[in-house]
Design a protein around this ligand. Structure first.
Ligand SMILES: C[S@@+](CC[C@H](N)C(=O)[O-])C[C@H]1O[C@@H](n2cnc3c(N)ncnc32)[C@H](O)[C@@H]1O
Length: 238
């Protein structure tokens, strides 16, 4: 497997916007700078800006003992994993935390012949070392994943066949009905799910895909730092 590493940012670097600096400060991101590039930080801050809008009480599940088990679905190359570890650590300063990322196209290669999986493992290793969160990346279709999670984070599932194809995935794998149904089975009885969608049409498509989970709250993320040019929506299901 070809190695991957990034040139970090200078220790005195701070994000150029006020919102970025606020996130950098409250989530204590400075220890991540030696390991992540500017581009990675941009992605991390974009995801963190969304996660920060989720009320902390929503992710405090009824299980208070043992590790909090968190799943991130469709992690791509996981450049934003530091957002998840920083966000989880801030909400649970002293709790054992286990974070799993699952990605169907982990073997996808970049120009330098590294894969999404190689990069994800690099980001995961450093995010884990900084935060103390136990992190693992699984290169697999989420429908083949087993286990039980207290919290599922699902940022931008493919809900339209054209976005799924544009993401380079075979048409035969496009099946939001079975994917949503399976993700639901991975939740512990008191588990919670946070979903991000882009565009009104995508949000409408979600309606009815969960069989047991009920929508608790939904909010629009206008003016976020996330790179998407679409209107973004966050929702909370339990
Ligand atoms: C729109 S991208 C979002 C990536 C990432 N969550 C983010 O916010 O940048 C959707 C991701 O989900 C992955 N994906 C799609 N179907 C999947 C499945 N059944 N199991 C695991 N990953 C899947 C895609 O390969 C892609 O990386």
């Amino acid at each position: 497997m070809r190695k991957y590493r990034e040139k970090g940012i200078d220790a005195d670097w701070r994000p150029p916007t006020e919102r970025g600096r606020e996130l950098f400060r409250i989530y204590a991101l400075a220890p991540y700078t030696p390991f992540f590039s500017r581009a990675t930080f941009d992605e991390l801050l974009g995801a963190l800006d969304l996660l920060d809008r989720v009320s902390p009480s929503l992710t405090t599940t009824s299980t208070t003992s043992g590790s909090l088990r968190v799943l991130d679905v469709g992690s791509k190359n996981w450049a934003y994993v530091g957002a998840l570890t920083a966000w989880l650590r801030r909400q649970h300063p002293s709790r054992a935390l286990e974070l799993t990322g699952v990605e169907i196209a982990g073997s996808r290669r970049y120009w330098d012949l590294t894969t999404r999986e190689t990069r994800a493992r690099y980001f995961a290793e450093h995010a884990s070392a900084v935060s103390g969160v136990q992190v693992r990346f699984v290169s697999r279709d989420v429908r083949e994943l087993t286990g039980e999670f207290d919290l599922v984070v699902w940022l931008f599932p493919y809900l339209l066949e054209e976005t799924h194809r544009a993401g380079g995935l075979p048409a035969s794998r496009f099946d939001p009905v079975s994917t949503f149904a399976h993700v639901e089975t991975l939740l512990a009885p008191s588990g919670q799910l946070i979903l991000a969608n882009q565009g009104e049409w995508e949000w409408r498509r979600v309606d009815g895909l969960f069989r047991k989970l009920k929508l608790k709250t939904q909010l629009s993320c206008e003016g976020s730092m996330h790179a998407s040019t679409h209107p973004l929506w966050l929702s909370h299901w339990a």
